[in-house]
Design a protein around this ligand. Structure first.
Ligand code: PEP
Ligand code: MG
Length: 849
């Protein structure tokens, strides 16, 4: 039996493996090797169980021979990965009328009846497939209840309850094997990541009854708190119980360690408690994992039925991995590999408590993680007013535009009807660490009437309380309980280990000093993209900006820019100071100018007043500047070429700030980036002017400085012509948001409307604005990178689109030989961890994804 690969007695040396007999069988073998008190167990292989489902039974007599004739048995599932589940365990196989009489003598009639009754009921429902309602009227758990249950079984099946242990075991095995092959079970496990043909093993184990004379019972024990990961003996024990009864027993169950709230196992059976603690510590050290120990106590002594990995929260995962490495049980690199990078989002942001009840109104696109509760408001101005009253608010808009940025700053979360992963609200939300849901198109947004109607008809108006769960995309009514962010010491330790292993740089996209501070706190290696246009939306600057846009003469424009210069210089000085010693890449002005003009009548009237011109002039100008396709219109370098004064002013501000910030620290070497380039000549024209500004500033100030000029590659043509663009530059940074938009011809602001239909119907595997399309956009990246490097070896290459924070996309960038990726500050830790895992997996020759 020991060497039979299909029905194997689990011994220290038997041929048992997770991929042939399942995780439980393998774990039991490890416990046997540790000489822990594990009941005798026979493991049935995936092949044997598959054959059983097909009607071919193994030698049941040979299995039974492994056990004592008086033993009761249980059968438990053993799938390759315990998370894939399996049919429920069936206990007390072997109970029949004769055993009942014998056990009544040794353990008392009540205990014996409880064992038999449990078996008959489980057998009836799972094996004979009777409706559980058949036993609805049975309340007694003793001999009386047993007799009722047996009668009910006979009445329903017209047969006596099977008395032969071999028949009982055969039928149990058949029912469990068939349950695994059923469609529902297959879909359920596939949803958990199991392959379609995943196998099931079964283990047949000697029962330690958990009921009877002396202290008997069952329970589970673990050495940590599963929410925090802190060392703490947790679990439950229930006298006179079996299986996992203790967990569902509520107040009937005992604490394990002495506890002021009630009686404990430590007091009731101190010896068994000590044994269990020792066993659990040994399991932790030897199985290299925090294990939940399933145990039975029989006459004051502990038996171990099973060990499973303790289910845990993300924050507990980090602490557990770090403590195991600090205790020398696993190497640091393994601790890094054990944490799922996306799960860090749970630590970096407040979350809806997983235990809380959720009143879900709808689910939109989870555009920026974290959760927040607030009163809804429908305009940026209301959001600011609400913040002034210190009332947390949620900004609800059909979509957001740069005009809403201040409102977003004032809000605790944002909800929009339109948009996708790279729409305005999503990008800004992630940048600010602001929970955000976009594309909630199942709700009706009536922003003029200031109402929001849920699909179930509930109407919410200004001041009503909602919760935005930007991690799941759920919009919730009311205020569920929350868990705070947890950036504790263990998190920092883990990230430190990750950085030691990592071999691709991680920078942050940061527009404001606050963003830069977040980037610094999360140990970004610099700023990879500072979108300067956001700096102009401050009310004090917006009017000056508008004056500049409205100026008819170059002199008027120069005067307005003159006033913007010190403001920009101050912005950049602050950024350089915060990022001292690290590179900062500043992108010159990118959006179309009309984004700065007011769109509402009131806004236009206010502007007319400020500029002292008739409203009709303002309206005319706004209309004249509107474009059919603004994202493909006069923006980026096209403005740099046609209205060069803007870039001149920005370049001056950058260089003056460079001198300023270098005064009290290491010399700053700014990186200046030109957006939306599609032709070499654009770069040449801008470069000449920027070099001239640099020379002028150096001469005026009598101080030399270095700077690096680079190009943002976000049009397909720039990728194709990278060989001729690269020689004029020190770096190329691929803006994969626009590049994806232009490669697909798919508007990043409108794609949210049909993205889910496209993903559902398999047109796209994933939203290409979220996960890089490695086939199409990726080919352009590879081609651009190769052509640029061939023309100018040593050129720095990076990705600064939103994809930079996505683990799958980072893998692509690393393989393509990019120097760094840049992402929203709050995604920096996720990116650092993902990048470290890639490097470690590469070293070990494995794929982490
Ligand atoms: C991009 O296009 O990828 C990018 C980073 O720029 P933005 O999102 O500001 O257009
Ligand atoms: Mg862009």
């Amino acid at each position: 039996m020991q060497n039979n690969p299909n029905t194997t007695l689990i011994t220290a040396t038997a041929p048992v493996a997770a991929n042939t007999h399942g995780g439980r069988a393998k774990c039991l073998q490890r416990l046997v090797r540790l000489e822990l008190p594990v009941p005798r167990t026979v493991a049935l292989s995936f092949g044997a169980v598959h054959d059983i489902a097909e009607g071919q039974m193994p030698d049941i007599a040979a299995v039974l021979e492994q056990f004592d004739e008086t033993d009761l048995l249980c059968v438990r599932p053993s799938s390759e990965d315990p998370d894939w589940g399996g049919p429920g365990a069936i206990l007390n196989i072997g109970m029949n009328d004769a055993r009942y009489v014998e056990l009544s003598d040794s353990m008392g009639a009540d205990a014996a009846a409880a064992l038999y009754l449990r078996f008959v009921q489980n057998y009836a429902v799972h094996v004979a497939r009777l409706d559980p309602d058949v036993f609805e009227d049975v309340v007694d758990e003793g001999p009386q209840g047993l007799s009722e249950v047996l009668h009910a079984y006979e009445a329903e099946t017209d047969e006596q309850f099977p008395q032969d242990p071999a028949e009982q075991l055969s039928e149990v095995l058949k029912s469990m094997a068939r349950a695994w092959e059923g469609t529902t079970a297959r879909l359920l496990r596939q949803a958990k990541g199991a392959p379609a043909d995943a196998g099931l093993g079964l283990v047949v184990q000697q029962m330690i009854p958990g009921v009877g004379q002396g202290e008997c019972g069952s329970g589970v024990l673990q050495l940590i708190n599963r929410s925090t990961g802190m060392p703490q003996i947790t679990g439950r024990y229930l006298s006179q119980s079996q299986g996992r009864d203790a967990l569902g027993a509520g107040s009937g169950a005992l604490y394990l360690e002495k506890d002021a709230r009630g009686p404990s196992l430590e007091e009731l059976a101190p010896e068994a408690f000590e044994e269990l603690k020792t066993h659990a510590a040994l399991m932790r050290a030897k199985l290299r994992e925090e294990m939940q120990v399933e145990f039975v106590i029989e006459s004051g002594h502990a038996h171990i039925l099973d060990g499973v990995r303790v289910p845990r929260s993300a924050r507990a995962s980090v602490r557990i991995a770090v403590r195991l490495a600090e205790d020398g049980i696993i190497p640091q690199e393994e601790a890094v590999m054990r944490i799922e990078p996306h799960s860090l989002n749970e630590l970096l942001h407040r979350q809806v408590d997983p235990e809380a009840t959720r009143d879900v109104l709808t689910t939109g696109i989870a555009a920026s993680p974290g959760a927040a509760t607030g009163k809804i408001v429908f305009t940026a101005a209301e959001a600011q007013a609400s913040a002034a009253r210190s009332e947390p608010c949620i900004l609800v808009r059909r979509e957001t535009s740069p005009e809403d940025v201040r409102g977003m700053h004032a809000a605790v979360a944002v909800l929009t009807e339109k948009g996708g992963m790279t729409s305005h609200a999503a990008v800004i939300g992630r940048g600010m660490g602001l929970p955000c849901i976009v594309g909630a198109s199942d709700m009706t947004f009536q922003t003029k009437k200031k109402t929001l109607t849920a699909p179930d008809g509930r109407v919410f108006k200004t001041g009503d309380t909602l919760t935005i769960d930007g991690s799941s995309g759920q919009v919730l009514a009311g205020q569920p309980a929350m868990l705070e962010a947890a950036l504790d010491e263990c998190f920092q330790t883990l990230m430190g280990w990750a950085d030691q292993a990592r071999d691709i740089g991680i920078r942050a996209n940061a527009d404001t000093p606050a963003d830069a501070q977040t980037a610094r706190n999360f140990d970004a290696q610099g700023i990879g993209l500072c979108r300067t246009e956001h700096m102009f939306f401050d009310p004090g600057r917006l009017t000056v900006m508008r004056e500049m846009i409205f100026a008819d003469e170059p002199s008027g424009r120069a005067a307005a820019l003159e006033r913007l210069l010190p403001m920009q210089r101050e912005d950049f000085t602050q950024l350089f100071r915060i990022m001292q010693g690290k590179p900062v890449c500043i992108r010159l002005f990118d959006p179309p100018l009309h984004e700065f003009l007011p769109t509402t009548r009131t806004g236009q009237r206010e502007l007319a007043e400020a500029l002292d011109i008739p409203v009709s002039d303002v309206t005319r100008r706004v209309e004249a500047m509107s474009e059919y396709n603004p994202m493909l219109g006069l923006r980026g370098v096209r403005l740099g070429v046609t209205v060069p004064e803007i870039y001149d002013m920005q370049a001056r501000a950058i260089f003056e700030a460079t001198i300023e910030a270098s005064r009290d620290g290491a010399p700053v070497v700014p990186e200046v980036m030109i957006p939306l380039v599609s032709a070499k000549r654009e770069v040449e024209l801008v470069k000449v002017r920027i070099d001239a500004v640099a020379a002028a500033v150096a001469q005026e100030r009598g101080q030399d400085f270095d700077y690096r000029l680079g190009v943002m590659v976000e049009t397909p043509r720039a990728c194709l012509r990278a060989d001729e663009i690269a020689p004029n530059t020190a770096f190329l940074s691929f803006g994969t948001n626009d590049l994806t938009q232009m490669t697909y011809g798919l508007s990043r602001d409108d794609a949210g409307r049909f993205m889910s239909a496209y993903v559902q119907q398999g047109v796209f595997n994933e939203d290409p604005f979220h996960v890089l399309d490695t086939d199409g956009v990726g080919e352009l990246l590879q081609l651009g990178a190769a052509r640029a490097r061939a023309a100018q070896p040593g050129l720095t290459l990076s990705v600064c689109g939103e994809h930079g924070g996505n683990p799958e996309s980072i893998a692509f960038c690393r393989d393509a030989g990019f120097d760094y990726v840049s992402c929203s500050p709050f995604r920096v830790p996720v990116a650092r961890l993902a990048a470290a895992q890639l490097a470690i997996a590469h070293k070990l020759g494995e794929s982490p994804l």
